[in-house]
Design a protein. Structure first.
Ligand SMILES: CC(C)(COP(=O)([O-])OP(=O)([O-])OC[C@H]1O[C@@H](n2cnc3c(N)ncnc32)[C@H](O)[C@@H]1OP(=O)([O-])[O-])[C@@H](O)C(=O)NCCC(=O)NCCSC(=O)C[C@@](C)(O)CC(=O)[O-]
Ligand SMILES: NC(=O)C1=CN([C@@H]2O[C@H](COP(=O)(O)OP(=O)(O)OC[C@H]3O[C@@H](n4cnc5c(N)ncnc54)[C@H](OP(=O)(O)O)[C@@H]3O)[C@@H](O)[C@H]2O)C=CC1
Length: 424
């Protein structure tokens, strides 16, 4: 059935009114869409302020990874993800890393880059130098936009001016380099870039087009290392298998994409749980993986003298504690409280530690028993539910699927039918 999606002023309705409108337009029974609107009134009101055209909320499971020690301190780490076995794998590797002191992490100052694109400058090379000559004026104007940030020790710190050539065009691109302290910083630096645009256009004798941050936040790297005990991982062959898996990802972009997806399983889950911008972090990660001109592994693995596995990971980590959904979503606020973090850099360090643990967990499984055993046995619960199992039936179906080694929907449906027929 086709739906007429033109709804003038849809955004002006309340969430219940919008829901009524989409039920009418969809032609579906209300009951089939009712799960969209299960949030309580308070949460619905919060959601309605967070984004546009809200009808309801989507609950994503929130797990807490155990066993993490980072820079000598223990953390309970909230992770929001829909994917089974992610939290288990992170907790598992954190307990192995713990045997050698856990994760050791560090991070750069929270520096973001905002880009101002100038088009039509007749003398781009000279324009570039004129912009450098006015560096202090530009920084002063930027800092007038955010006195609080400056008071906190942040603010615009420097400029860089690049020439970008595309076909027959030349753009003069000014980078405003801003210390955003405990913010993710997008809004803060975008405000500065927009305020600077007229002066930049005047100095460069061109016209400004884009004024927006770069998600290639490569001045804001977070890094982590951990030593995983050889025996606890399963022995020297597993360690060698992990190193082979890493070498494969380092050399082959097809494998690197999956390898890095495994890292992002952990990273995105913590970024989301803390109300941070998952797309910004993901864009930063993948641009970093391709920084050398060829897409490759974000992590590295090697052996120490005793044959233990040493894992390292380094990537941009633009996360904050003061802006975005971190301040407006009650679950994100609770997640930040549970972590007990004092600043954005500490949060960034925790997130990369989870990314490394997640990556090592997946590689260990791949190098040892294969991914399906652990992942699919935890996924079996989803399959049982998808087959229609309810209450006690779920664990019974899961047990049969695992015993018989087939975690598949058709098998789950057959098992469920048999259970119901036999009345067990
Ligand atoms: C799932 C495990 C850990 C089981 O592994 P296991 O050896 O059966 O676990 P165990 O029963 O010996 O328990 C060891 C520890 O794991 C944790 N653990 C164990 N079970 C649970 C559970 N049910 N719930 C929560 N935590 C669990 C827990 O910390 C536990 O310690 P304990 O608490 O007993 O002292 C293992 O099979 C594993 O790590 N598998 C890999 C899972 C994975 O990586 N999933 C990601 C999804 S696949 C993907 O998207 C990415 C990928 C794979 O393509 C990336 C790539 O290719 O690189
Ligand atoms: N490409 C991208 O990634 C884009 C992302 N976004 C979105 O931008 C949002 C993040 O922007 P962000 O600038 O972090 O958010 P906010 O603008 O909400 O927060 C930053 C502001 O908070 C104030 N502040 C208070 N205390 C501190 C502190 N300790 N450290 C730093 N600042 C402090 C500052 O001054 P003051 O109070 O004076 O403002 C600062 O400008 C996210 O929701 C993201 O999704 C938006 C556009 C593009």
């Amino acid at each position: 059935m086709s739906v007429n999606s033109r709804i003038p002023g849809f955004y002006k309705l309340s969430p219940p009114e919008r829901f009524k409108a989409i039920v009418e337009r969809s032609g579906l029974p209300e009951g089939e869409l009712a799960s969209m609107v299960t949030a309580d009134g308070k949460m619905l009101a919060i959601a309605d302020r967070m984004i546009e055209n809200v009808v309801g909320t989507l609950s994503i499971p929130l797990g807490v990874a155990a066993n993490f020690t980072i820079n000598g301190r223990d953390y309970l780490i909230p992770m929001a993800t829909e994917e089974p076995s992610v939290v288990a794998a992170a907790s598992n590797m954190a307990s192995v890393a713990r045997l050698h002191g856990g994760f050791w992490a560090s991070s750069d100052q929270p520096i973001m880059i905002s880009q101002i694109q100038v088009v039509g400058a007749k003398d781009p090379q000279a324009a570039r130098l004129r912009l450098y000559e006015r560096r202090q004026d530009l920084l002063d104007l930027a800092n007038e936009q955010d006195p609080l940030l400056v008071k906190l020790g942040g603010g615009a710190k420097d400029i860089e001016v690049r020439i970008v050539n595309v076909a027959d065009k030349t753009y003069v691109v000014l980078h405003l380099i801003v210390d955003v302290r405990d913010a993710m910083g997008a809004n803060a630096v975008n405000t500065m870039a927009e305020a600077l645009a007229p002066l930049v256009a005047q100095i460069a004798c061109g016209r400004v087009r884009l004024r927006i941050l770069s998600n290639k936040a490569d001045l804001r790297l977070a890094r982590v290392r951990a030593t995983y005990d050889c025996q606890a991982l399963g022995g020297p062959d597993v360690v060698d298998g992990i190193i082979d898996a890493y070498a494969f990802a380092a050399a082959d972009p097809y494998r690197a994409a999956t390898h890095n997806k495994g890292i992002m399983n952990g990273i995105t889950a913590v970024v989301l749980a803390t109300g941070n911008d998952t797309r910004a972090v993901e864009a930063g990660a993948h641009s970093h993986a391709a920084a050398g001109g060829r897409y490759t592994s974000l992590s590295h693995y090697e052996k120490d003298d005793a044959g233990n596995l040493v894992g390292t990971l380094e990537l941009p980590m633009a996360v904050g504690l003061v802006g975005g959904a971190t301040k407006t979503h009650p679950v994100a606020q609770a997640a930040v409280k549970l972590l007990g973090v004092k600043g954005a850099q500490e949060l960034a360090e925790i997130i990369v530690a989870v990314g490394l643990a997640q990556n090592t967990g997946a590689l260990r499984a791949l190098a040892a028993e294969g991914i399906q055993k652990g992942h699919m046995s935890l996924h079996a619960r989803n399959i049982a539910v998808a087959a229609g199992a309810d209450g006690d039936e779920i664990e019974k179906v899961v047990a049969r699927l695992k015993d018989e080694g087939h975690v598949r929907l058709d098998k789950a449906q057959t098992v469920l039918a048999e259970l119901r027929q036999s009345g067990r």
